[in-house]
Write a protein that binds this ligand. Structure first.
Ligand code: SF4
Length: 356
């Protein structure tokens, strides 16, 4: 069985037994006995150790649409694995119980090896693995080993991430990742500083562009819209325009309603008018696939805001119908509309095989 604490593979030794971690863009400079920002890596006698290899907080079988990934192996079952800790401190964190705490001591939380991940995924008839629920880079070594093993066993792989990985870390795991589902929370320095405590956020854009353009990952972007923080036209147009220019107009953008919690409990749920404004901004920037999420079952005049189906942007035919997590493929062949043949940017077993 693999040890729960292992020496990490991306760090530099510095004078005075200090180390510099190169997994994420904090590049923590860590003194002897100290932890990095994520509280999952510790300097022990001048070497950097991951404290949470294989220590899982959550395991579940999900529809891939729950990540959300709408254009990636639609209607498939994905084996979802989450760990502990995060390198961000977002005021609105939805998983703060597992993200804002250090990993539990050995023996006090479930251990899972990469081999067990693959075995369980196969037993559950899953087509792929997703590292999700908390930021996957906090247990980077574990995700790397299990992604490599998943690819050897013919499964797809997906990172659900805040995008703050370094280019070096991305290049290490890039050969084994098929999908990059990334949060882009806003488009200004002020927003990222206020919401996530981050001074230098633009590296998220660089890493995401690298995932798409160097590693050919399928990318989908999500923005959770929080009242009074990131709900302005400028933020929406900034994100949508960047997606169009650097990822392509066929990249799905999910704009989701927030039900504020953790340190933002005083805020109301996102007004539906803000969701409508984000959708309009995405379409005005020529994005072809803007989806909404966390909207109640449509009723009356709000029905038009529940945008979960995929329509061909050329002929208007419905390619996929989604109701909750029920997905019905009605007009898709490979990645193309069955009615008019237009390419709709889907990644499926068929399209992956064609690329190999
Ligand atoms: S992964 Fe953790 S220790 Fe490493 S740079 Fe990021 S926050 Fe710091």
């Amino acid at each position: 069985m693999v040890a729960r604490s292992c020496e990490t593979n991306l760090y530099e030794q510095l004078p005075g037994s200090r180390v510099r971690c190169d997994v994420c863009q904090w590049h923590c400079n860590i003194g002897p006995g100290e932890l990095g920002v994520c509280r999952t890596r510790q300097n022990t006698d001048g070497a950097l150790f991951s404290l949470n290899y294989g220590i899982a907080s959550s395991i579940a079988v999900d529809p891939i649409e729950k990540k959300p990934l709408f254009h990636f192996f639609p209607a498939s079952r994905v084996f979802s694995v989450g760990g502990w800790g995060c390198n961000f401190r977002c005021l609105h964190c939805q998983n703060w119980q597992i993200s804002c705490t250090a990993p539990p001591e050995a023996g006090k939380s479930g251990f899972i090896s990469p081999e067990m991940v693959i075995d369980l995924a196969e037993q559950e008839d899953c087509q792929g693995i997703a590292w999700t629920y908390n930021e996957p880079s906090t247990w980077f070594e574990f995700t790397l080993d299990s992604a490599r093993m998943a690819k050897e066993n013919g499964m797809y792989t997906a990172y659900v991430t805040n995008g703050y990985l370094t280019p070096e870390a991305l290049d290490m795991i890039g050969p084994y990742l098929d999908a990059w589902r990334v949060d882009i929370k806003g488009f200004t320095d002020e927003l990222y500083k206020d919401l996530s405590g981050l001074a230098h956020w633009r590296g998220i854009l660089d890493t995401t562009s690298r995932a798409r353009n160097k590693w050919n990952m399928h990318v989908e972007v999500i923005t959770n819209i929080i009242p009074t923080l990131n709900d302005t036209e400028d933020q929406f147009r900034g994100i949508a325009g960047w997606i169009r220019d650097y990822l392509g107009e066929l990249t799905p953008w999910h704009v989701t309603r927030a039900y504020p919690q953790y340190r933002l409990k005083h805020l109301p749920p996102t007004p539906l008018s803000s969701i409508a404004k984000a959708v309009d901004a995405g379409l005005a920037e020529n994005l072809r696939f803007v989806y909404t999420g966390n909207i109640p079952i449509p009723a009356g005049k709000d029905a038009s805001l529940c945008k979960e189906d995929t329509h061909c942007y050329s002929c208007g035919s419905v390619a996929i119908r989604r109701t909750g997590y029920q997905t019905r493929i009605t007009g898709l062949r490979g990645s193309n509309c069955t009615s008019c043949g237009t390419h709709l940017n889907f990644r499926t077993a068929e399209t992956l095989a064609a690329e190999c």
